[in-house]
Write a protein that binds this ligand. Sequence first.
Ligand code: F0G
Length: 457
Amino acid sequence: MKTIIEPFRIKMVEPIKLTTRQERERMIEEACYNPFQLRAEDVIIDLLTDSGTSAMSSEAWSAMMRGDESYAGARSWYRFRDTVTDIFGFKQVIPTHQGRAAEHILFGVMVQADSIVPNNTHFDTTRANIEYCGGTAVDLVCSEAGDTESDFAFKGNMDIAALEKLVAAQGAEHITIIMLTISNNSGGGQAVSMANIREVSRIAHDAGIPFYLDACRFAENAQFIHRCEPGYENTPPIDIAREMFGYADGCTMSAKKDSFANIGGFLCTNDADLAQRERNILILTEGFPTYGGLAGRDLEAIAVGLREVLEESYLDYRLLSTRYVVEHLHDLGIPVVRPAGGHAVYLDARRFLPHIEPLQYPGQALAVELYIEAGVRCVEIGTVMFGSNPHTGEESPAHQDLVRLAIPRRVYTQSHMDYVLEAINLVWERRAEIRGLRITEAPQFLRHFTAKFERVE
Ligand code: F0G
């Protein structure tokens, strides 16, 4: 069969409120042209994030009813821990309420004022948590990543030569952790190859630097390796995942992505002393080490989700349904990052709106227009998100201006995606009339969440 079907049936639905263009014009103006400030019920198709927005299965809901809410040593904790250990393989598992809490604890223990943390591309919270601890976050993604037209399968790879240069110049003394984000969310949701993970691990270990994976979308990354990397055609995603984690000393994980949970995360390491220091902070900020800010039922949902997300029929559908949107856009001549990533579609706003200069935020302007056109909510990943130095307040263009349409897992059908395609095409046809934006108010850190904008005349 050529038709890729959703490998599930829907037995509970949530109505979508339909709005008019006139209403949306007013609502986005009231939100100061920042889609984060909209009310979710005023959105028709919400592609703001794939984080915590997944549909859980009947199995996961059933498991939630079995949640053991004991404060210490709950049954649900052991189920969660054993599942994480089986797939991720690390000796120490620390539950947190979401991914950034894991980052905050990890960097709080490991990062000082002169610390450098290289990554393929840091996600916003990862970068902000490092900078908050006084460290420097460095992005070293491979050169192919900058070319949105290149169809290289592993554009999330680290630039190995650049990493070696940095390690030679700074050494283990300053580089406290080397990280790889799988898949590379801020870099277009692109996958990292096993060969690259292996190389980065070798460089880190030769220099005596701990190597961590930011594992949010590890299953999608594993499926890309399965589909595209020679030698892995016959290896099931779970074994690919185990091999990836086998090269690392630890990981941070947001269970809000590749485990279908609405909340949750964890931090792993093989280092018992480090884990002890991390647990000390965990108790202060998250909770006792057997629940870490989560209810027992959340631990159960994650344990089920981590198994389901590695099912090949699901991963096939997931990757192919994202590719469906990307390839249609490409066929329409619309600038989109290729090849398709797993969790999201990334429009290249600089090429979509070449008449808007980066410091007038073409990505933000495009996100605003998609909302006005059809009630589609998405997020700028570009100069608004990364263009401001929080310490000096200086602004410069980010290396790309993208708009991310993240696809919640198992939530929208193909007809929803056809609607999104039509909306993007309508905005594309009237692109010449779209104007840029200027910021009227913004906080020091993570400004994209709350910044206020107005239209440039
Ligand atoms: N790392 C990556 C690569 C992420 O994409 C995210 C979250 C985090 C860490 C933090 O995890 O949200 O559980 O605290 N990304 C979401 C997104 C918010 O929309 O891409 P969290």
